[in-house]
Design a protein around this ligand. Sequence first.
Ligand code: SF4
Ligand code: SF4
Ligand code: SF4
Length: 457
Amino acid sequence: MGLKRVIGIFFDQYPNERLDLFQAFPALKQILQRRKLHASIRTIGDVVFTFIILSGLFGPQDPHENIVIFLSWGLWWPSMVLSWFFVGRMWCGFCPFPGLGRVLQRLGWVRYRPVPRWLQKYGIYWAVFLFAVIIWLEESMGIKESPRATALLILAILGGATFFSILYPLQAWCRYLCPMGRITGVASTMSMTEFRPDHSICKGCTSFACKRGRDGQRGCPVYLGAFGVTNNLDCLICGRCVSLCDKNSPRINFRSPFAELLISKGRYITCSYIIPLLLASQLARFMDAGILKAFEPADYSTVYRMAMFSGLLLFWFVMTVMFLKLGAKVFGTTEDELFGRFSPMVPVFVPTAFAGELVCRLNYALHEAQFFFPTLGRQFGLDLSSWEFHVPFWIYPLLDLFLVISSVAAGLHVLHRLVYGDFYGLVSPLRHRLCELLVYGMGATYIILLPFWYAPI
Ligand code: SF4
Ligand code: SF4
Ligand code: SF4
């Protein structure tokens, strides 16, 4: 496939076309297929996380003397957020959190029960709730400034993953409860890659080794199997099924980043909650940085901060939910005999939610990177103060404006494709224009609030 065609796919000129990346880059397939190689890469992550936990718990507690803060909030989180767009949920394939549970399962220290119905049915709501709690703790309790609190947060997620792998087979936590996995899955719906089987090959399969396992090897850790992957929400791209399938069916495709947004149409309940929550948390973070923190009394307490940020988060959550509902009303059609019930404005605002998260994470990473080497020096008794560098201030607004404006353009494109694609003739030009106004309105809200975000910089 020529470069022109690849660029065309990226810019959504050929929405149904896919480029098989296993064929284009066989090394990618080998990394997933050769489990020992995959495990060695995972081990690097395990070592870094062990260092973060130990150094966070027992190292210096001054954030200027402990690199754990930068490694966690300035490197890990932003890289993960950035990776959503390029490789979807592939982070999960290398994530260290399920590692301890896997070891316990191998040792047989487990009490396997079938995954209960309540977990399958309501797990995603808990995952969304846990994600809200993480954002809330991060902003209102200053976890980002405390090495020990950062380590405890990581330990809590590790504890959750381990506890559930003792109770239930494989990785029930990852499938139903993990807040990071949930947000990663939702954001990965606008990834430029997808993990999918070749359904024409799977049709004739009788072994379903991708799900059940084979020759003593465990099957899919999230009870899917490659043949069950139809979107980017749940598959961890761990690659286990690539080595299990002897028919060469699973593959990673390059695709238009809009492809899945247009197919899903906001039908999945997770997206309906995560997207307004993400938008709300970003707008609350912008205002918190520039208004609440600027006007807080000198002797404010943690309870005061928690109450103020909670109020702000709740306010924006209600506003964004109403905004999305208003958008759906203006769009005019939310149910279809072919697609069932859907939320048309969810896919339209996925790019904004993704861009907003990038703004928050990349700004922090850029700002804190300046002080990484001096902090490293202070932690290990070296004088690296001369290694401090300066990121010019203009880079932040330039980067942020690029991200927000691109996300508005992407949102308008999704809207256009919905109106002139699956819903052709059902949405009048006036309704289309009004929906466009809502997209511009959300973009303008971000741009108006961005200056507050720069207050601490
Ligand atoms: S779902 Fe959570 S714990 Fe599981 S692999 Fe992904 S980030 Fe890690
Ligand atoms: S991915 Fe492979 S093992 Fe799984 S159903 Fe398809 S052909 Fe069978
Ligand atoms: S379908 Fe299952 S085994 Fe295959 S990559 Fe996804 S999570 Fe891993």
